[in-house]
Design a protein around this ligand. Structure first.
Ligand SMILES: [Zn+2]
Length: 117
């Protein structure tokens, strides 16, 4: 059972990680060959807070627009809440589709990011 100190540390950490998201206008894109492959060339990009890792050779304007949406999602909800909501949506779709791909594809945050113009 977490006590008050644990909760305060968690909130302070959330605030610390949230600050760059609130200051930066765009995420920092890092193009790398070192992104693990889960399936074929998936994922081409991974958004984590204000950092976006892009697989070398897959950088595109479309991918960047998608990842910009994830950046705004992190900013909108804060790292702690966004992490929990993203995992919650993935878990919901994992149970419904019984597939890791389904858990990713139907995740509400991925659906929103795919709608990026
Ligand atoms: Zn995505």
């Amino acid at each position: 059972m977490p006590d008050l100190t644990d909760i305060l540390i968690l909130l302070a950490l959330n605030l610390l990680l949230w600050t760059p998201l609130l200051i930066l206008k765009h995420p920092i894109f890092i193009v790398t060959e070192r992104l693990p492959r889960l399936r074929g060339d998936f994922p081409a990009g991974v958004s984590w807070l204000f950092l976006v890792f892009v697989r070398k050779g897959f950088d595109s304007a479309e991918l960047r627009r998608h990842e910009e949406v994830h950046f705004r999602q992190w900013r909108r909800y804060s790292p702690l809440v966004m992490g929990a909501l993203y995992l919650g949506s993935s878990l919901y779709w994992l149970i419904r589709t019984r597939s890791l791909w389904g858990a990713y594809w139907h995740n509400r945050f991925e659906v929103e990011a795919r709608k990026a113009p």
